[in-house]
Design a protein around this ligand. Structure first.
Ligand code: PHE
Length: 459
């Protein structure tokens, strides 16, 4: 056996599932999903998105888990080991380092906003404000050079603290506390939201599909969302799977995480759309500001006569966002720092600290791109949008494609089969379907998204 101490692996199956689900469930579910659903016509988007989750994102997630769990150390080692060092796949080991830094640098900015809004909710700053005031407040805040940085620093400090504590004491314990809390908060908010006046209009928007609204753009957005929300393609889950025990059922775990992630996204929709429709004049396609401008306004209008409820509802919602962001940011920091820790023998705390410092520096640039650096652009994109573009539209699809090619074509079928059946001790009836998707269906689909996203062809 290797010299790993206990704190270098997830202790149990539940911890492994919760930590993986923690990475998947994040701002992508509570912030990006309602935004995308609102902008793409509601229920029809939801259905297509669920289709991609099942046929594309979940199988690739299971592929990542398989590679990582086989490796049992870090991503670089895992890619070398599983195909017997055939070809030069070592570059995949650097993908999570670079991607982790990039994604955390801009994710921490929005995570910081959630912390500011939880704070504002806590000090009752929303009381009595109008939609216009909310809108001004938000644009003033995000373009401020200093204030957002304080919150970004705090989010990164918390993320660092948890990662530095190690796999069991930090990541697993964090997920075990935050994930159930998140579910409880969500459930309370769903119940509240569904009892609002005109909640049924919001429900219809989310649940009754109108396929006339589906365009090529809807399909591409749904695919992109399924990748982002499951953290798939940049070897984040591959990193976590290195710490999985050998008796974890990878198919079951992967499917569970996909189900948890989808349930959280739908629950967020069930909170947000009935709330938006319960105030006349508001629309569900307000874009990214839905969660920071429209919602605080909704809480004030709906509970106009009951300030205590407005206060509790707002505070719960933003605390929920903070927790969702944290369980994901932890996985981003872990994926980027594990290489130096495992391959270069640096201590966990030191490598996490170096990565945090790099992310903080880049996050400052991302935050400034909403204010004083608005005019600095690369390919017409500010730093924040540039990082998002590189991650969601380049790294995730290309990484996903490479993972499929690696597992489907470079690794021997026997090795894959033994890994997913825990050395033939459990059965995996879905294995043939999984392999078909990984070898043929997913690579073709991803190539299509990628090419069309870059605008090279128009489907
Ligand atoms: N899946 C996370 C979310 O939904 C985002 C994420 C992307 C996390 C990539 C890790 C890696 O918010």
């Amino acid at each position: 056996m290797s010299k790993r101490t206990d704190n270098n692996n997830f202790a149990g199956k539940i911890g492994a599932i919760l930590a993986t689900a923690g990475s998947a469930v994040g701002l992508g579910n509570v912030w990006r999903f309602p935004t995308e659903t609102g902008a793409n016509g509601g229920a029809a988007f939801l259905l297509i998105y669920i289709g991609f989750m099942l046929l594309l994102a979940t199988p690739i997630m299971i592929a990542e888990l398989t590679i990582g769990r086989h490796g049992q150390r870090d991503v670089l080692y895992a890619f070398r080991k599983m195909n017997g060092s055939k070809g030069n796949w070592a570059f995949m080991g650097y993908l999570p380092v670079v991607a982790g830094i990039l994604v955390l640098s801009y994710y921490a900015v929005v995570a910081g906003w959630t912390l500011e809004y939880a704070f504002r909710a806590g000090v009752n700053d929303f009381a009595g404000k109008t939609q216009e005031e909310f809108s001004n407040d938000f644009s003033q805040f995000i373009s401020d050079p200093l204030r957002p940085l304080t919150w970004i620093f705090l989010i990164l400090a918390m993320t660092f603290g948890i990662v530095a504590l190690g796999i069991q004491k930090g990541i697993e314990s964090g997920a075990k506390i935050m994930m159930p809390a998140l579910f409880i908060f969500l459930a309370i908010l769903v119940v509240c939201s569904l009892t609002l006046p005109d909640a049924s209009i919001g429900l219809t928007f989310l649940l009754k599909p109108d396929f006339s609204k589906v365009t090529q753009h809807t399909i591409l957005s749904a695919m992109g969302q399924s990748f982002f929300t499951l953290s798939v393609g940049i070897c984040c889950l591959c990193t976590y799977a290195c710490y999985f025990r050998k008796d974890v059922d990878l198919f079951k775990d992967g499917l569970n995480v996909a189900v948890i992630d989808t349930v959280v996204a739908v629950m967020s929709g069930l909170i947000i759309f009935p709330a938006v429709y319960s105030v006349p004049g508001l629309s569900p396609d307000a874009g990214p500001s839905l969660v920071f401008i429209t919602l605080p306004n909704v809480f004030q209008r709906v509970f106009a006569g009951m300030p205590v409820l407005a206060y509790i509802f707002s505070l719960l919602f933003y605390l929920l966002l903070v927790m969702a962001a944290l369980t994901s940011s932890i996985s981003m920091l872990e994926m980027s720092s594990s290489y130096f820790h495992k391959e270069k023998n640096m201590s966990r705390a030191k490598s996490a600290l170096i990565m945090t410092a790099i992310c903080m520096t880049l996050a400052i640039a991302c935050s400034f791109s909403f204010g004083i650096w608005k005019d600095y652009t690369v390919f017409h994109l500010g730093f924040f949008d540039l990082f998002d573009f590189i991650i969601a539209k380049i790294f995730m699809p290309i990484g996903g494609l490479l993972i499929c090619i690696y597992l489907g074509w470079s690794v021997k079928g026997d090795v894959v089969y033994n890994e997913v059946t825990n050395n033939r001790t459990i059965t995996q009836p879905l294995y043939p379907l999984f392999m078909f998707i990984i070898r043929y269906f997913a690579p073709i689909c991803i190539l299509m998204i990628f090419i069309s996203e870059l605008g090279l062809i128009d489907f």
